[in-house]
Design a protein around this ligand. Structure first.
Ligand SMILES: Nc1ncnc2c1ncn2[C@@H]1O[C@H](COP(=O)(O)OP(=O)(O)OP(=O)(O)O)[C@@H](O)[C@H]1O
Ligand SMILES: O=C(O)C1=C[C@@H](O)[C@@H](O)[C@H](O)C1
Ligand SMILES: [Mg+2]
Length: 177
């Protein structure tokens, strides 16, 4: 059993994969992404899982993947954008944060997120009217990210390098405590 050096939460296109990969490289830590874990476990893509099995099935797999990664991954862990919609996952994250873990919420505004998503079709929930979906997601989920986060970090209008520097500073500050 181990626990992550850092957990990243945030909406789609907030930069979890981009920032998480860079932070992990800077600290020589392994990077893990629960979306990827679910894809490896099922041998399919998240987009196909949504279409073929439905969102509730994906959410159940995601809940298990998050619990497993929180228990065994010692590096940087990025969660799927909607992972915090599970009360069980929020409880695990709050316990991890309470025990000294670091949960960074990468916050983003609707316009930046919409621009970053562009015409990508990899995100099933954003396949139709991405801007309106992002707006609703950001509004509904902000309190959930806030509930589990130990450190909010804004990414709106900021280059990935700036966000990476902020997250590294959070880690340095937490290690010194
Ligand atoms: N701070 C930033 N400024 C501008 N573009 C960014 C920033 N962070 C990430 N991006 C770009 O936005 C896109 C989405 O980023 P990324 O895949 O890291 O987000 P994510 O949070 O992992 O999304 P998902 O929840 O879908 O996995 C990528 O093309 C990335 O290069
Ligand atoms: O925001 C969401 O609900 C999602 C985000 C992605 O990371 C994937 O987990 C999936 O596309 C659902
Ligand atoms: Mg990602």
């Amino acid at each position: 059993m181990s626990s992550p050096a850092l957990v990243l939460v945030g909406p789609p296109a907030s930069g979890k994969t981009t920032v998480g990969t860079a932070v992990a490289a800077a600290r020589s830590l392994p990077f893990r992404d629960t979306d990827r874990d679910v894809e490896v476990e099922t041998g399919t893509t998240i987009a196909d899982l949504f279409v073929q099995q439905g969102e509730p099935h994906f959410r159940a797999l995601e809940e298990r993947a998050v619990a497993r990664a929180l228990a065994e991954h010692a590096g940087v862990l990025a969660l799927g954008g909607g992972a915090v919609t599970s009360a069980a996952t929020r409880e695990l994250l709050i316990a991890y944060g309470g025990a000294g873990g670091t949960v960074v919420w990468l916050d983003v505004d609707v316009s930046s997120a919409a621009r970053r998503v562009g015409l990508s079709r990899d995100r099933p929930l954003l396949a139709v009217n991405p801007r309106a979906m992002l707006r609703a997601m950001l509004e509904q989920r902000a309190p959930l990210y806030a509930e589990v986060a130990t450190h909010p970090v804004t990414t709106a209008g900021r280059a990935p390098e700036e966000v990476v520097a902020d997250v590294l500073a959070v880690l340095t500050q937490e290690t010194a405590r």
